[in-house]
Design a protein around this ligand. Structure first.
Ligand SMILES: [Fe+2]
Length: 179
C-alpha cells in the first residue's frame, strides 16, 4: 500500500471513528450540536479537497469533479449553517476530535504530488472519503438526529453525496485508476 493510499484509508477510518464506530464513546456524546459540527466539518473537508483538485489537476474529469464537489458542498454547508443559526444551535465538535489533523495531513500528502500521481491519489482519496461519510451518515448520524428539520436537511442532501461517489468512481474507471 503506497503512502497516499494508506493516508486515504486512515482518513476514512478517522471519519468512521470520529462519527461513531466507537459506540461506547460516541453513542453517549452524539447530540444535534455535535452532529452539526461533524456535518459542517465533513462539508468543509471536501470543499478543501475539491479546491486542491481544482488547483492541481490538469485532467478534465478530475477538474469537473472538483468543481462539482466545491459547489455542492459549499451550498450544503450554507444550508446547514443557516439552519443551525435559525435553530440557535452552535455546532460543537465531540471530545477528542482528531479529524482536522488527519484531514490536513492527507491534503499535504496530496499536495506534494502532481500529474497522473496526483489524479490517482485524489480519486482514491475522494472515493474513500465519500464512502466513509455516506456510511457514517446512514448508520450513525441520521438515526441520532433529534431535530426534524435537521434530519430532513441531511436526508435531502444525502443523494448528492452519493452522486459524488458515483461520479468519482466513474472518473476513476474512465482514467483506469483502480480503487
Ligand atoms: Fe461530496
Amino acid at each position: 500500500m503506497n503512502s497516499i493510499k494508506k493516508a486515504s484509508a486512515l482518513c476514512a477510518l478517522a471519519v468512521t471513528l470520529f462519527v461513531g464506530a466507537q459506540p461506547s464513546v460516541a453513542a453517549s456524546t452524539l447530540n444535534d450540536a455535535t452532529i452539526f459540527a461533524i456535518f459542517d466539518q465533513a462539508n468543509m473537508a471536501d470543499i478543501a479537497t475539491g479546491r486542491l483538485g481544482w488547483k492541481k489537476s490538469r485532467t478534465l474529469e478530475v477538474r469537473n469533479l472538483a468543481k462539482m464537489v466545491v459547489t455542492d458542498h459549499s451550498a450544503v454547508q450554507h444550508m446547514g449553517r443557516q439552519l443551525a443559526s435559525d435553530l440557535g444551535i452552535i455546532g460543537t465538535p465531540p471530545d477528542g476530535d482528531a479529524s482536522w489533523g488527519s484531514q490536513a495531513q492527507a491534503l499535504a500528502k496530496l499536495d506534494a504530488l502532481s500529474g497522473r500521481a496526483f489524479d490517482e491519489a485524489y480519486l482514491r482519496y475522494e472515493i474513500g472519503y465519500h464512502t466513509a461519510v455516506i456510511g457514517a451518515i446512514k448508520s450513525t448520524l441520521l438515526p441520532s438526529i433529534k431535530n426534524p428539520q435537521f434530519k430532513a436537511l441531511v436526508q435531502k442532501v444525502l443523494p448528492g453525496f452519493e452522486k459524488h461517489l458515483t461520479h468519482t468512481k466513474a472518473a476513476a474507471d474512465k482514467l483506469g485508476v483502480s480503487y
